[in-house]
Design a protein around this ligand. Structure first.
Ligand code: ZN
Length: 192
């Protein structure tokens, strides 16, 4: 059931989670790649498969509980927890502060796997890691479907399913702009 990085990349591309074209990112920079990971989660069978692959990649670690930050981590976190046959909780922001609500908690000594969909710097992941440790839990690892590359804000073992460093450039240095290629909208159906 283990999936190679190329299999994962193919599955994510087929699902429309990784788009190729000419995009303006929220930073204002341009890129030939756009990641819209939520498209994966439209497909329960694929999400289940990725959850199993993520669970397998950390099979050597003893895990008691999966924790994920809302919203991005909830569905894939559930899938990983299901594959590991352990419980699942999620954190959410209350007045800007990440917290476990709804009666969710981490018991002292519990071994926790933190799951996210896409990690760039991992700011939300870092907050979950802190929450788990504040509760006396042990963060055994962090995993995500995609690692967008770059320095991470958390200090824990990180085992992403797919590393996908997306290059971007200032519009004035963009070769796609220089070639006169129009900017694509990620919602556009003609992308493949
Ligand atoms: Zn451009």
């Amino acid at each position: 059931m283990s999936m190679s990085e190329s299999t994962v990349l193919g599955a994510l591309t087929d699902a429309g989670a990784i788009l190729r074209g000419h995009f303006q990112l929220t930073s204002g920079r341009h890129s030939d790649t756009y990641v819209q990971c939520a498209r994966v989660l439209e497909d329960p069978a694929l999400t289940t498969e990725l959850g199993k692959a993520m669970a397998e990649s950390i099979a050597d670690l003893e895990v008691d509980l999966v924790a994920a930050p809302a919203v991005g981590g909830i569905i894939i976190g559930f899938a990983v927890a299901q594959a590991l046959s352990v419980k699942f909780i999620f954190s959410e922001r209350q007045q800007g502060k990440m917290t476990f609500r709804r009666g969710f908690c981490v018991a002292p000594g519990q071994r926790v796997l933190v799951v996210e969909d896409v990690v760039t710097t991992g700011g939300s992941v870092a907050e979950v890691v802190d929450l788990v440790r504040e509760a006396g839990g042990v963060v055994v690892a962090v995993t995500s479907i995609i690692d967008r590359g770059g320095d991470k804000a958390f200090d824990a073992e990180y085992m992403p399913l797919l590393k996908l460093e997306v290059e971007s450039m200032e519009p004035e240095h963009c070769p796609l702009c220089a070639s006169g290629i129009p900017i694509d909208s990620p919602g556009s159906r003609r992308l493949s």
